[in-house]
Structures are given as structure tokens and as C-alpha cells.
Design a binder for this molecule. Structure first.
Ligand code: S3P
Length: 166
């Protein structure tokens, strides 16, 4: 079983993916980290060189070409589900889980913005407005996930139970 974690920046995809993979005793794959390793560049550097559309193409390609083990947990970038038919692809190839969080909670968790090119120069107020705007755009994609869970205060054991209860 492949489990794809989706959700906005700061909702805890990477951390939860690691915890869940350790509980399931399977590999964890972080699409952003795969891109950084393959390209030898940070996400911010890639954005600067190729723009957002270049990054979205690479993200799409990476999602589809990665050699996934049969069982694994995959953390995706916050925008990945919202471009091309990536959400459909993930639904066809695994179980998708939307880690949902309130905009104010996301702001409070997004301290380190430097590595995130879309929000790196924003203060808290600008970030809150940005999150509200982006969530309106992105939620229709995130809501295509097979499972939607409130990610705030969610521990890995509960997450595992919810995934396997479905
Ligand atoms: C993005 C989220 C980032 C990264 C890139 C763009 C987005 O991943 O893919 O900076 O569009 O929301 P995280 O959600 O892991 O921060």
C-alpha cells in the first residue's frame, strides 16, 4: 500500500510521513527531497532558475517516475495535488490523506519560510491572507483525498488507525 500525504505547507506532511513509515516499518519518500537530491539544488534555487511552472513540471514528472516500493509513505509538496491530474494519479496508485489545518495554525507553524519560495518574504498578516486565498483555490483538489483528517495535535498512531479503518 502506498500512502500519499497531501496538504498545505506547514501542516506536518514530512514529520507525519516519517512517523507513520516508522510505525509501518516501511520507507518514507519526500517528493521535495527527491527533487533536491536529483537536481542538486534547493527548491528555492530551482524556482529561481526555472520559475514555478518549471518546478510544477518537474514535480509532476518526479511523482510519476519515482520507483516506489510496494509499501511506503509519500510526503508531497503543498502545491503538488493542485496541478495537472496529480491528485487523480495518486488516487489511482495509492491511498491519499489530506492533513487539514486551520489557517491560523498553519501561520503559527510556518516559522522557517526561507526555504519556501512562495512565502519567504511574507510577515504573519500577509501569510494569513495568502493561506486563506490559496486554500480557497487548493481545497477542491485536497478534498479529492480518500481520507481527510484534522492534522493539529494528530499523533501517528491515530493517523494509522484512521487510514486502516477506512
Ligand atoms: C509548495 C510547497 C512546498 C514546496 C514548494 C511549493 C506549495 O512543499 O513544494 O515550496 O506550492 O505549497 P511543502 O508543502 O513541503 O512546504
Amino acid at each position: 500500500m502506498k500512502i500519499f500525504l497531501v496538504g498545505f505547507m506547514g501542516c506536518g506532511k514530512s514529520t507525519k510521513a516519517k512517523q507513520l513509515a516508522s510505525r509501518l516499518n516501511c520507507p518514507v519518500i519526500d517528493i521535495d527531497a527527491v527533487i533536491v537530491e536529483r537536481e542538486g539544488k534547493t527548491i528555492a534555487e530551482y524556482f529561481e532558475l526555472h520559475g514555478e511552472s518549471g518546478f510544477r513540471n518537474l514535480e509532476r514528472e518526479t511523482l510519476r517516475t519515482y520507483n516506489y516500493p510496494e509499501t511506503c509513505v509519500v510526503a508531497t509538496g503543498g502545491g503538488l495535488p493542485c496541478f495537472f491530474d496529480n491528485m487523480e494519479w495518486m488516487n489511482e496508485n495509492g491511498t491519499t490523506v489530506y492533513l487539514q489545518m486551520e489557517p491560523a495554525q498553519l501561520v503559527s507553524r510556518l516559522h522557517n519560510r526561507q526555504k519556501r519560495p512562495l512565502i519567504r518574504d511574507m510577515d504573519d498578516e500577509q501569510l494569513l491572507a495568502f493561506i486563506n486565498m490559496k486554500l480557497a483555490e487548493r481545497n477542491p483538489f485536497y478534498y479529492k483525498a480518500k481520507l481527510i483528517v484534522n492534522s493539529f495535535d494528530l499523533d501517528a498512531e491515530t493517523l494509522e488507525q484512521k487510514i486502516f479503518q477506512q
